[in-house]
Ligand binder design. Sequence first.
Ligand code: ZN
Length: 254
Amino acid sequence: MFNKFNIYKMAGDVLFDINTPQSMEDRMRDTWNNTADIEWIDPKKPMVALSFDDGPVRPVCETSPAIRIQNALRDAGMHATFFYWGCTYDEDTRVEIVRAQELGFEIANHTKTHPFLPQLTPEEMKAEVGFMEPILKEISGREQFLLRPPYLSVDDVVKETINVPLISCGIDSEDWNNATAKQMIDKIAKACENGSLDGKIVLMHETYDATAEAVEFLVPYLVAQDYQIVTISEMFKARDKEMQAGHVYGECPQ
Ligand SMILES: [Zn+2]
């Protein structure tokens, strides 16, 4: 559907833009109301936030990579964040989002049609971001949803216009760039071994069989390494770190 490789290269300069200077008033006004339940998390142990874009996936069935990813997390008692778009949302695929919510995962926003947000007017941006919000609200009962900007593409107008935290990544699985399951496993296992995985948000997509295969290996592997696999909101709350609207986050250091 999209040539993600070239688009990511184009968007490369914004890929790891973590901070935006803001006045203290703005920080107070735009504090993210983090409602995550962190009872089950030990803040002293290492943790990682796997995150999955471009769902829901058609058709919703046991062989769907999205359901395989959900099941791998469920079977280990772990969590993740799922960024849903409008492109494949309908009454049939809605059940996948409901299932994610019921399993304790974080459901989040990936726009209506997956545009480059910086190419839109502020009104168009709000319409794109506003499409999934009532759907996610009805399913979760929550009011605010993290946004992963398509292609991780943001500029100052996006940051000023969008009133929720913007989620980038600290590690890119490169599944969108045809990475194999083994390549994804090697990259994340290496980061686990050298300690750099702790606190990272990992970018993945729930649309690939290779990603599902990697996750089915990595979830029990990471648990055996004493890692907690948590949602993005859980990681920030467990580490007592605030998120703010219009800021870009790719990791949550200890
Ligand atoms: Zn996407």
